[in-house]
Design a protein around this ligand. Structure first.
Ligand SMILES: Nc1ncnc2c1ncn2[C@@H]1O[C@H](COP(=O)(O)OP(=O)(O)O)[C@@H](O)[C@H]1O
Ligand SMILES: [Mg+2]
Length: 266
């Protein structure tokens, strides 16, 4: 695998995203209620909460696909739409966005991440091809570059989508439930790549309703259940007491902490 260090992204010096008093009504449902959250740059923030707790809603607000009912949101120091125009925000939605029947190869999907460099019509340069090869290599998929994504496992497809974010050289990654249905091997690679990204100054916001991997992955955890229950270091926010009281999660004995990571909040 490639061991060239990732280049540092441009940074505003402040937090990667700031959400202030955000309330979002979706139809008749209040999905988020007065949420205020600052997402630190160069770190991994995990949004942890049961199904329906507003994780996807929050990510979609950061991505501009869901509008706040009230409150304000700034991304990379700018209003959401302006931040998106920079091409520095990359996202992987909750449902696998790859159509299995579409005859597109892994390398072609990753090349989509280069659009902000090539534009929609220009042919990819040698540099773009190199970036695609390196990105696939980083997620351990160099050997399947030419394969159709429909032939890949679910975990491999998610790694392809992560490679697309890498090729985009995004400063902020918004990843919605990337570990759902992922095999252990893919998960390990995925977490390693995200940690490497954070070490290079990039920021990731990763939602999950599984406790699995939170210990290894997160710099901080934002516990959501419609409102923000807590935000802080893993050890302070994922204590069995907080989780079981506030989220109604069924947790194994605290002495079995590794086993606890198997649990899901649902
Ligand atoms: N498109 C939608 N229309 C109406 N309600 C929605 C929509 N999407 C989500 N909701 C509701 O908003 C709440 C939060 O959902 P969501 O953000 O998807 O939670 P999570 O990602 O944590 O499972 C839930 O009550 C859900 O039913
Ligand atoms: Mg969701």
């Amino acid at each position: 695998m490639t061991d060239r260090p990732l280049p540092h992204p441009p940074t505003t010096g402040g937090p990667a995203a700031v959400v202030t008093d955000l309330t979002v009504d979706r139809g008749r449902v209040r999905a988020l209620d007065s949420v205020s959250l600052s997402v630190p740059t160069g770190a991994i923030t995990v949004l942890l909460g049961p199904n329906g707790s507003g994780k996807s809603t929050l990510l979609n607000v950061l991505l501009g696909t869901v509008s706040p009912t009230t409150g304000s949101v700034r991304v990379l120091g700018a209003p959401v739409r302006r931040a998106l125009r920079t091409g520095l925000v990359a996202a992987v939605p909750q449902s696998d966005a790859l159509d299995e029947r579409f005859p597109v190869t892994a390398a072609e999907v990753v090349m989509q991440g280069r659009r902000r460099f090539t534009g929609p019509w220009r042919r990819p340069s040698a540099l773009d091809r190199l970036a695609v090869d390196e990105s696939l290599d980083r997620v351990g998929l160099a050997d399947v570059a030419g394969r159709r994504v429909g032939e890949l496992s679910g975990g491999q497809r998610r790694r392809v989508l992560l490679a697309r974010c890498l090729a985009q050289e995004a400063a902020l990654l918004l990843l919605d439930e990337p570990f759902n249905g992922m095999d252990a091997g893919s998960e390990e690679v995925y977490v390693d790549v995200l940690r490497e990204l954070a070490a290079s100054g990039r920021t990731a916001v990763v939602s999950t309703h599984h406790l699995a991997t939170v210990d290894r992955l997160a710099d901080s955890v934002a516990l959501l259940n419609g409102c923000l229950i807590a935000h802080g270091p893993v050890a302070e926010t994922t204590t069995p007491q907080i989780l079981s009281t506030l989220l109604g999660a069924r947790l194994p004995d605290p002495a079995d902490r590794p086993a606890a990571t198997e649990g899901a909040l649902s």
